[in-house]
Design a protein around this ligand. Structure first.
Ligand code: AMP
Length: 213
């Protein structure tokens, strides 16, 4: 099963993906996490990606596509994956379709989580992440028990540079799934849309329902 998770930044893709991989056993592939890992490790790819991420822009398609295709060529992605933050445009979607098609696979579901802009700005500018385990908190909606400390693993929490309010606005413009991408999956009958303003559990249950789990 190959699933793509679509939605603007702050819609809850990462959180829902983490929950769904626990239930489905699917491999979670987040291009944002992969870039951040490269930035942390000071790789050449990380240094390049950072120049785009800091400005709230997309990393060039060629770079992103090469990274994800390289990743899915590994054995642990042979029978399925959940893509989170990829594809972000039609070029990326077609590259993924072609790569899967070459090995006799295909996307089985495209899950779109929708949330209005005003809500996204509130959510993103209060978001805190764990450096170690990637757990996500919100200073108002879902605070950790102790400020700045992860409930799960006690590591430090941090705010992403691209979650600062001014960057958030420009990110929303560039990072929303474009209509041709949404139509690509709609036309293939793969798209299901979810109201991401509801409670986390409700959204997770609906997403899993579509995956028939
Ligand atoms: P995310 O964690 O998904 O919000 O991604 C963080 C940043 O990584 C984005 O703002 C982009 O700069 C970059 N990025 C993540 N996924 C992609 C993608 N599919 N295409 C291009 N850039 C991406």
């Amino acid at each position: 099963m190959f699933v793509v998770l679509l939605g603007p930044p702050g819609a809850g893709k990462g959180t829902q993906a983490q929950r769904m991989v626990v239930e489905t056993g699917l491999l979670h592939l987040s291009t944002g996490d992969m870039f951040r890992e490269n930035v942390k490790n000071n790789t050449e790819l990380g240094l390049l990606a950072m120049t785009f991420m800091d400005k709230g822009e997309l990393v060039p398609d060629e770079v992103t596509i090469n990274m994800i295709l390289d990743r899915i060529s590994r054995q642990d992605a042979a029978s399925g994956a959940m893509f989170d933050g990829f594809p972000r445009n039609l070029i990326q979607a077609r590259a993924l379709d072609d790569a899967l098609d070459d090995r006799g696979n295909a996307i089985s579901h495209a899950l779109l989580i929708s949330v209005p802009d005003e809500e996204l700005i509130l959510r993103l500018s209060g978001r805190w992440l764990c450096r170690e385990c990637g757990a996500v908190y919100h200073e108002k909606n879902d605070p950790p028990e102790k400020v700045g400390v992860c409930d799960s693993c006690s590591s430090d929490l941090y705010q992403r540079d691209d979650d600062q309010a001014d960057v958030v606005r420009s990110r929303l413009k560039t990072m929303k799934p474009p209509s041709d991408l949404i139509n690509h999956y709609k036309d293939s009958g793969l798209l299901s849309e979810f109201d991401g303003t509801r409670g986390l559990d409700e959204v997770t249950a609906d997403l899993l329902g579509v995956l028939q789990l």
